[in-house]
Design a protein around this ligand. Structure first.
Ligand code: OGA
Ligand code: MN
Length: 209
């Protein structure tokens, strides 16, 4: 896919969208782990995921903004996922051009039919939680594939933010693939039409100097 980054005719870009918009790596999640996460999502226990409203209020469930469920996983599975993300930390730091703290937590998300996450940023200026305020890199690992396990559920990035002067970049989930993008970038998960979308999310913070 053509990257807008080197397009000399493009309008000035959002500071958050440069340098490179997207880091991608296939086959990060092994097929067995993908299968396990998908089984846990559909047969295990989960809770509605919360959002933090603007202004820094407490986390709340707002299912018109974010309709997805966080899946309970064992410590062993959780730590294996954290290790996978941290294994790529040097490359992610090189990609985003700054040192990163190790990731210490991930969330396994289940998007059943009708689930979505409206346009949002993973970090914003009024984040009160210092851990959130220092998010630099957002990571998504797909445990199953659009077109096979589910329909819809596209991860859509908006390189120029709300003004949409640059076209959105659609990332079609594919089992095992890891993608990373700047946490300040506007993005959404479009509604799942049918099937069950399962993905892991994590964030890496800037290393404190
Ligand atoms: C998030 C998010 C993307 C996805 O949880 O903040 O943007 O693909 N998730 O589930
Ligand atoms: Mn997000």
């Amino acid at each position: 896919m053509a990257s807008p980054v080197d397009d000399g005719d493009a309008p000035p870009r959002d500071a958050v969208a440069s340098p490179p918009l997207l880091f991608e790596r296939d086959a990060v999640l092994a097929p067995d782990l993908c299968d396990l996460l998908c089984a846990l999502a559909t047969t295990g226990t989960s809770q509605p995921v919360e959002v933090q409203p603007a202004g820094g209020a407490d986390f709340v469930v707002e299912q018109d903004v974010r309709r997805a469920w966080e899946v309970d996983v064992t410590d062993e599975v959780h730590d294996a996922l954290v290790d996978l993300v941290n294994g790529l930390r040097p490359e992610l730091a090189a990609w985003c051009g700054q040192p990163l703290e190790p990731c210490d937590a991930v969330a396994v998300l289940h998007y059943p039919p009708g689930a979505f996450y409206r346009t949002h940023r993973d970090v914003n200026d009024d984040a009160v939680d210092p851990a959130i305020a220092r998010r630099v890199v957002s990571v998504v690992l797909f445990a199953n594939s659009a077109g096979e396990s589910f329909a819809g559920g596209t991860l859509r990035l908006f390189p120029s933010g709300e003004d949409e002067s640059l076209p959105p970049l659609d990332i079609v989930p594919r089992a095992g693939r890891l993608v990373a993008f700047p946490s300040a970038l506007l993005h959404e998960v479009t509604p799942v039409d049918h099937g069950d979308r399962v993905a892991v999310v994590a964030w890496l913070q800037a290393a404190s100097t």
